[in-house]
Design a protein around this ligand. Structure first.
Ligand code: CTP
Length: 402
């Protein structure tokens, strides 16, 4: 029983998939969860409260006022009771209400007063699911910290086939179990990550860049977000985006833009991870027009870019943790330790360039962690997701700063 003692408030809205709420309720109860259910008014057209009340072993709510018993359903109490508010299925209509703060029914009012995490599992027709207004509303609720259980692909009630099916109840159950199991050691922490390559323009069509894929930065961002942190990623152009819906992305191109975005929020951050492969130099002048081919050779004058980690390292507050990366081809440990000190890092992650399964573009990596106190830690070749977890473990080992 993975959910013993967990209080789950299940919201059911008007969708053909509402019938699946019955099976979902059974699965949650079987795992030991205490389940209370709120239905939207239109959900009543698809499944009866009696079915859900019987399966959840609790009364089902759908009105603010219960005329039969002359009682008022307190949405604030329901919202405070729950450890998790799971809305499955959520229709486009209810999603729009949540995104915009409308509360013309008990379910939407409870959403506004709930303090617990909220998970929503959309179910709708494929074109509805892709409509810009629905995408915008999903983005909005993600920015409120809600967790989306993305619709699955397959045959839809309309007869069409595509993405829009409610996530299967078994998969929803897995997500709920993972949610309660996951380590939330970084809850309440704000994390800044620079990730990916920078692009330094030569002219309107050309730039200087590097092979960084942003995979390591994305894995670190996802690991922090899953551990409860509020994650801000300043992301170089074309770099891999984190999967976690809650991560806030600041897209940039040049090192200068990356610095400007990072500097704006640096002060409010608790942990900063400098995972970006920042170009050290940029063309002195950017040609306004495409440079024409003339002569047998050409020279581009370069000027030094700002060192983001070094500059922000000088402003590091006592409570802040800075983590850096190093990629070296010779004298690796010496250079990594030098950067640890020079850039005021608490921890530096040295990428190995000598191993087959480590480095740029790959899904695996092998790293060594060097701490400010002189200690170190080495990994095997592992998926970047595992390396990210190791880095988070390393950060947890750092002396607690008050
Ligand atoms: N870094 C940065 N801004 C730069 C250059 C580097 O923030 N302009 C950060 C990287 O994100 C990384 C660390 O500094 O966390 C080390 O980057 P690296 O390129 O290895 O070091 P450099 O200082 O550029 O030294 P060199 O290229 O000479 O090895």
């Amino acid at each position: 029983m993975h959910l013993k003692g967990k209080r789950i408030l299940l919201g059911v809205t008007g969708s053909i998939a509402a019938y699946k709420a019955a099976h979902l309720t059974r699965l949650l109860v079987k795992e030991g969860a205490e389940v209370q259910i709120i239905m939207s008014t239109s959900a009543l057209d698809f499944i009866t409260p009696l079915t859900l009340a019987t399966l959840s072993k609790n009364p089902v709510y759908h009105n603010f006022f219960d005329a039969k018993n002359g009682s008022w359903t307190n949405h604030v109490e329901l919202g405070l009771w729950a450890d998790l508010f799971l809305i499955a299925p959520i229709s486009a209509n209810t999603l729009a209400k949540l995104a915009n703060g409308l509360c013309d029914n008990l379910l939407a009012a409870t959403y506004l007063s709930a303090r617990c995490p909220v998970m929503i599992a959309p179910a709708m027709d494929l074109d509805m699911y892709q409509h810009p207004s629905v995408r915008e509303n999903l983005k909005k609720v993600v920015s409120y910290g809600n967790i989306i259980l993305d619709a699955e692909s397959g045959e839809l009630a309309s007869g069409l086939s595509g993405q829009g099916r409610l996530m299967e109840p078994e998969n929803i159950l897995d997500q709920v179990i993972t949610h309660f199991k996951s380590d939330k050691s970084f809850a309440g922490k704000r994390v800044l990550i620079t990730s990916g390559p920078t692009q330094e323009a030569i002219d309107p069509v050309r730039f200087i860049s590097n092979h960084s894929s942003g995979k390591m930065g994305a894995a670190i961002a996802d690991a922090f977000a899953s551990s409860g942190a509020e994650v801000h990623v300043v992301l170089g152009h074309g770099a891999k985006k984190p999967k976690h819906h809650g991560v806030i992305i600041y897209p940039v191109k040049s090192a200068n833009e990356m610095y400007m975005e990072a500097a704006k929020i640096h002060n409010e951050m608790d942990i900063c991870v400098f995972a970006a492969a920042v170009a050290d130099y940029a063309p002195k002048d950017v040609a306004l027009e495409k440079i024409k081919k003339e002569g047998d050779g050409m020279t581009i004058d370069l000027v030094k870019n700002i060192d983001i980690a070094y500059t922000l390292g000088k402003e590091k507050k006592f409570h802040q943790i800075h983590v850096g990366f190093a990629l070296e081809t010779e004298n690796e440990v010496f250079h990594a330790k030098q950067k640890l000190e020079k850039k005021n890092f608490d921890l530096i992650v040295l990428n190995s360039m000598r191993e087959k399964g480590a480095g740029f573009q790959l899904d695996t990596n092998k790293v060594s962690l060097f701490f400010e106190d002189g200690s170190s830690l080495q990994s095997e070749i592992m998926p970047k997701e595992e390396i990210a977890k190791l880095i988070l473990e390393g950060i947890k080992k750092l002396p607690v700063k008050i």
